[in-house]
Every structure is written in structure tokens, then in C-alpha cells.
Design a protein. Structure first.
Length: 180
């Protein structure tokens, strides 16, 4: 299955300079900023910004642009972190689980992990009843699922979408090709 969260394909022909890094940081803060606004912020012309954005998109560093919604304001007031363990760790069983879980719109993230469980899911629901009846009950019906353990999020202390980029230009690393 394709890894949506972390691209492990190596591509060594893309160099990021300080303008690219500044541009990526600015876009993470406001993806709706115009090329002119971005250029003023990072001291490049709008046409240079446009070319750089196009290169960053075609390389895969910029995957897409999204609107980040507040779950509670759209009626999804419950968030759970769920740990799923499969009966067997065969490749077929894992692939079947991954295929099935892709059909759950309530599952925002699904990670295959090492440790005490096989998968960690981040799930949203309108309320505890919906979480229990609609989501967790459907999860238990997926063939090969051995156990499910969930923690209900009481309060979000930190939630970010911006990736840290300051490691890219450090002296010890230097400006180097970036895997895209």
C-alpha cells in the first residue's frame, strides 16, 4: 500500500535553498497568500515565487492545499485515539485491514506501528454513542481484528499542521538534496 503519511521514495535532484525554505514556511502559515504577498515576505518577485511553488508541487514536497476545519464547530465533538491489534501479522491480513479502514471517513489518520499494537487510529465522531456504535463496532467486524482499545481525548493541548523546517539549513547538515 502507498504510504500517505511519509514518502519513502528517494529523490536526490531537488535542492532547497533559503528562499524555498522560507516559502514553504510561509505557505504552511497561509496557503491562500498571493504570490505577490509571499514574494514580499521572502524578498522574491511574484514570478519567482510562482516558479518555485510549481517546482515544489511537481517534486511532491507540496502535496496539496486544504482548508483546516474545526471538528467541534462542524459537529464532531469527540476524538479518540484507537489502538488496533490483528490476529496475525501476515501481509495479506494487514493489507486487508488497510483497505477496509480507508472506507471509514471518521478515521482521520491510521498508522502502522511497532510495539504493543499493530495500528493507531485517530478518529472523530459526533458523540460517544456514534463513536461506539458507528465506528468501533464496525472496526470489530473487520476480519482479522483481534482487539481494539480506545482513549477518548479530553482536551487538545497541541495540534499542528506546520512541519518544522529549521533542520534543513543547519550548518551540520548544510543545504543538501531533499527527499521528495
Amino acid at each position: 500500500m502507498h504510504n500517505l503519511c511519509m514518502n519513502t521514495n528517494k529523490k536526490d535532484d531537488l535542492l532547497l535553498d533559503r528562499f524555498d525554505i522560507s516559502l514553504l514556511a510561509a505557505l504552511q502559515k497561509d496557503a491562500q497568500a498571493t504570490h505577490q504577498q509571499l514574494g514580499e515576505h521572502i524578498h522574491l518577485s511574484a514570478s519567482q515565487v510562482s516558479r518555485r511553488i510549481q517546482r515544489l508541487q511537481s517534486s511532491g514536497i507540496i502535496r496539496r492545499y486544504v482548508a483546516l476545519l474545526d471538528p467541534a464547530l462542524v459537529g464532531l465533538g469527540v476524538r479518540a485515539v484507537t489502538y488496533v491489534t490483528l490476529l496475525r501479522h501476515s501481509g495479506e491480513e494487514g493489507m486487508a485491514f488497510e483497505r477496509d479502514i480507508a472506507a471509514f471517513p471518521e478515521v482521520l489518520e491510521c498508522y502502522s506501528v511497532t510495539g504493543e499494537c499493530d495500528y493507531i487510529l485517530q478518529i472523530v465522531a459526533a458523540n460517544l454513542n456514534d463513536l461506539s456504535e458507528s465506528v468501533l463496532r464496525r472496526l470489530t467486524r473487520i476480519q482479522g481484528v483481534s482487539s481494539i482499545r480506545s482513549n477518548i481525548v479530553l482536551q487538545c493541548i497541541k495540534s499542528r499542521t506546520e512541519l518544522p523546517l529549521d533542520h534543513i539549513g543547519r550548518r551540520d547538515i548544510g543545504t543538501r538534496p531533499i527527499s521528495a
